[in-house]
Design a protein around this ligand. Sequence first.
Ligand code: CO
Ligand code: ZN
Length: 333
Amino acid sequence: MKALLKKVVETFGPSGREDAIRQLLLDEIKPYVDRTFIDNMGNLHAVKEGKGARVMVAAHMDEIGFVVTHIDEKGFLRISPVGGVAPVRCLYQRVLLENGARGVVGVESVKNPNDIDFSKLYVDIGARDEKEARKLAQEGLFGAFLNEMTEMNGLITAKSLDDRVGCVIAVEAARQLKKSPNEIHFVFTVQEEVGLRGAIAAAYNIEPDLGIALDVTGTGDTPDAPKMPMKLREGVAVKIKDNSLLVPRRVKDFFMRVAEKNKITYQPEILTFGGTDAGAINLSRSGVLAGCLSIPTRYIHSVSETASLSDIEEAIKLLVKILESDVKKELED
Ligand code: CO
Ligand code: ZN
């Protein structure tokens, strides 16, 4: 699992440019499902046939990034964020453009660090002047951050754990799944970071009986963190609410029941901000039951997102057990 996670987090794929990560995930999940297809949005669907409930498992494969808006007269690229990118978190980070060009993010001199916004940032691609820069890069190219995955005392640190960790949990669950009565659609969605766009279209297409998003969630376990119950190493988080979804009681009860029955360590997730693909699935067509399994993660939307391997393992176990149960019966009112 760790080796796969390293490969997956280090692959390029900002929203709208998910080609490379989609190909990697297709190769990884294909042996474990009955059929795969890519829809018009670019979502990757991997389906395990079954006669029971239709379950959509969504993990977004896009990551936050940026787009080149113009190239200045000195040969520096100016950029605009794609997804929720905080300007200060970009400082001096290494970046990769979709054409393979590399760069580092610099900043104009500012009196007050609070004045740092995207108009003050630039990407240095090593060009001598504008002419040389235009050979290396062009306006409209998408880019993403670079960072290697590292490990510290059972925790992993990487870029794009949001939400490549969800992608890996989906692949691992597909691999470990033995017998399931359900028709399971693993969907690796596009463009979550710009507004859950891939999931909206995928959910409409699938018309599931239950949607399960896999994603990261914030924690309250660092100095002066917001007051939230989620902690690293306390198990998979079962979402109760965020700003996109109030999880129906019978969905969260079902997930917690399965966790307890199988002695899987879990914690409740109450998030006062943010949203996931589960919110989009919930609002699809005439409404769909939806919930979310989350990985507590520190430093979300930075190049050093940090999570616990043990929590990831618990999430895989819980997802497998949920998918192996008779979902139709479990969700009866
Ligand atoms: Co995100
Ligand atoms: Zn996410």
